[in-house]
Design a protein around this ligand. Structure first.
Ligand code: SF4
Length: 84
């Protein structure tokens, strides 16, 4: 886990800051499978151009983030990486 300064620097470089952050988590109202696929694809495309994608994925794996898109992966993809 990075220190406070490191974490702030990481957050400042995150490409998912702002209104596009909504694509990274399912809506509270739920979503159909095809809606989820589209939302996740949109979020992953943002991750593809993010300067901190490697550190983000590292943190998500270390913290066992159970929900959302982190470092270009969804929760089931992270589970596979953790079990590998
Ligand atoms: S890799 Fe994706 S989830 Fe992580 S900070 Fe960047 S845009 Fe956000």
């Amino acid at each position: 886990m990075p220190g406070d300064g490191d974490f702030r620097e990481w957050q400042a470089k995150a490409a998912c800051r702002g209104p596009q952050a909504a694509a990274f988590y399912p809506p509270a109202s739920g979503e159909r499978r095809d809606e989820r696929r589209l939302r996740e694809r949109e979020a992953k495309e943002i991750c593809d151009h993010c300067a901190v994608v490697g550190r983000c994925l590292e943190m998500a794996l270390a913290g066992r983030e159970a929900y959302g898109i982190w470092g270009g992966t969804n929760e089931s993809e992270r589970r596979v990486l953790i079990e590998a």
